[in-house]
Write a protein that binds this ligand. Structure first.
Ligand SMILES: Nc1ncnc2c1ncn2[C@@H]1O[C@H](COP(=O)(O)OP(=O)(O)O)[C@@H](O)[C@H]1O
Ligand SMILES: [Mg+2]
Length: 573
């Protein structure tokens, strides 16, 4: 929490001005009952019409100036809170950008999105309210009490009883409600999760005829939310009647005492009305204050969650080891084992192999055998749990991430495109790529044909997530994006899974023809995609067997089985 306060720095002036103007407004408000008393005593009492008109003018003036102060306060409070959240969002966004894959796994993407959106909004409105109201309400309560005493000490003694009684009720109910609101929040999260799942998975849900089950689950969670909200509502609904009873008893006593004192001529009728007004002012402010505290508590919880993101330490990404271009092996694994955070067993088990420049490596294995995990260690998306991963003779954990990732081009298993144009997506690989380079890469990735058919060619629009392209087209575009980078190491993680055999073969052939000195890693579940590789790594439950196609076919039963079943099915090898 404290860490967040530093983002207020640029708005110091506004943070002082907002409460200050709110206090000015409050002071004016405290004078209103006195003016009213004047109207009653000196205006109505003495039938002085001019006085009444004059004082009404004063009331209007007080209102107008008060409004101006209030708007000014709101202006500064809004400025400060918007600027604060802007700085904070910037910092959090930058920080999340440096999260490692393991940290993203742990935090969860949707949680991070909530932090950046809902939590930020809540902090913004919380800060705005705090700046405007946190000082104002206690100020009015105390101010009204003091004013009451200046009007008539004896009658004002009622306040001494009523205010504590009101405070107990108002803050008691508030204290009861705060933990309930937390429960509401948890229940709401559950409803939102189900809603999100149902919407994002709508097609799958229909395909599996799971609508009823989804609906039942949603209703169950929604009912739970309704119940806890009703319960909370009932308790907070007590606030109004109970405070009204107390205040009305207080007012009855006040008027009773006041009446006696008016009769005996100690105070005027106007004074009683003023006291009555101070009493209601105090009630209104106490209720406002209690609500304010509830809002602030929520905001503080949100701020805490945002603070937790900022406090997660990230890798500096710096390193001093240099990649040696002349090193014999461009990539080398030395007894590498890897386990995901929180996973019991290793996903990779004691893996060793080396790859020379210009070589092609095939990686094959069933789903979940660790193929993606293995290739993700090369650009240090994850760090080996034990053993070493070397690129250009240097341990990847000692190379600066910038230098390392400059050398590696990755086509992730899930092809991700960004909203924009095809060309803009290609420029991610190389910001200054010419159209010629882009077209060449599209050609190698077998994407030239369908891109040419799009309106605008390489300037054709890409919708969010690339949804206006088929799975296979997305794969080819993301291969092209990686090819443009012309990196020393190219990793294709199951990047042709959605392509037909002929296109897959044509793409591999084109990549090989343009490979030069680069090492290429091809991850696939088909032997046909990797059988011509210089080296094949067969993964079975995280355990690797390394060899050529012929060697593995001869010596490895698992490989032979994979190959033969596919060979039979396709009959094309
Ligand atoms: N982010 C992750 N967190 C925890 N476990 C994971 C994660 N990604 C993969 N795994 C586990 O690691 C194993 C290997 O997964 P993966 O490398 O993706 O396999 P493949 O790419 O061969 O299908 C699987 O058992 C999978 O459940
Ligand atoms: Mg995979």
């Amino acid at each position: 929490m404290k860490k967040l306060l530093k983002y207020l720095k640029g708005s110091r002036l506004q943070c002082v001005l907002a409460p200050l103007f709110k206090m000015f407004e409050a002071i004016l408000e405290l004078f209103v009952p006195l003016v009213m008393a004047g109207i009653i005593d000196n205006g109505i009492g003495a039938s002085d019409k001019n006085y009444i008109i004059k004082m009404c003018g004063v009331l209007v003036l007080l209102g107008a100036v008060g409004l101006a102060f209030s708007i000014t306060a709101q202006f500064f409070a809004a400025q400060a809170s918007v600027a604060f959240v802007k700085r904070l969002k910037h910092a959090v966004f930058e920080h999340i950008g440096r999260f490692s894959y393991a940290q993203i796994d742990k935090a969860g993407t949707s949680t991070l999105i909530t932090r950046m959106t809902g939590d930020m909004d809540s902090v913004q409105s919380g800060l705005n309210l705090t700046l405007r109201l946190l000082l104002r309400s206690p100020f009015v309560v105390i101010g009204a009490m003091i004013m009451a005493f200046t009007v008539d000490t004896k009658a004002a003694m009622t306040f001494v009883v009523v205010i504590p009684a009101l405070s107990v009720v108002v803050f008691g109910i508030m204290l009861l409600c705060i933990p309930l609101y937390k429960k509401v929040r948890v229940a709401l999260d559950k409803v939102l999760t189900t809603a999100r799942e149902s919407l994002t998975g709508a097609k799958v849900i229909r395909a599996f005829c799971k609508e009823d089950e989804q609906l039942a689950e949603f209703e169950e969670r929604n009912d739970a939310l309704t119940k806890i909200q009703e319960y909370t509502g009932r308790i907070s609904a007590l606030m109004n009647p109970v405070t009204c009873i107390i205040i009305n008893i207080g007012i009855a006593v006040l008027i009773y005492i006041g009446a006696i004192r008016v009769d005996t001529g100690i105070i005027t009728q106007g004074a009683v009305v003023a006291l009555y007004n101070y009493m209601t002012q105090i009630l209104v402010e106490l209720v406002k204050f209690a609500n304010l505290i509830i809002s602030i508590t929520k905001s503080v919880a949100c701020a805490g969650r945002i603070g937790a993101v900022l406090e997660t330490s990230v890798e500096s990404g710096e390193g001093t080891a240099k990649i040696d271009e002349k090193s014999d092996n461009i990539v080398e694994f030395e007894n590498v084992s890897f386990a995901y955070d929180g996973a019991g067993e290793n996903s990779l088990e004691n893996i060793s192999f080396s790859v020379k420049k210009g070589e092609t490596v095939g990686i094959i294995g069933g789903t979940g055998s660790g193929k993606t995990t293995l290739v993700n260690l090369i650009p240090a998306f994850y760090r080996a749990t034990s053993g070493r991963v070397l690129v250009g003779g240097a341990d990847v954990s000692e190379i600066s991430l910038e230098e390392l990732r400059e050398k590696v081009a990755v086509v992730p298993q899930k092809a991700v495109l960004f909203k924009g144009t095809i060309k803009e997506n290609m420029l991610w690989g190389k910001p200054d790529a010419t159209d010629e380079e882009i077209n060449k890469a599209l050609g190698i990735a077998q994407a030239a044909d369908f891109v040419a058919k799009k309106d605008g060619g390489i300037d054709a629009a890409v919708e969010q997530g690339g949804r206006n392209f088929s799975g296979g087209q997305r794969q080819r575009l993301s291969v092209a994006r990686a090819l443009i980078k012309n990196a020393d190491i190219l990793i294709l993680d199951d990047s042709s899974s959605a392509l037909d055999y002929a296109t897959d073969a044509a793409m591999r052939k084109a990549i090989a023809a343009n490979q030069g000195d680069a090492a290429v890693f091809i991850v696939s579940q088909r032997t046909s995609s990797i059988m011509h590789a210089d080296k094949i790594i067969l993964l079975d439950d995280g355990v690797a067997t390394v060899g050529t196609h012929e060697e593995l076919l001869k010596n490895n039963a698992v490989y032979r089985e994979i190959h033969l079943t596919q060979f039979d099915e396709e009959g094309e090898e």
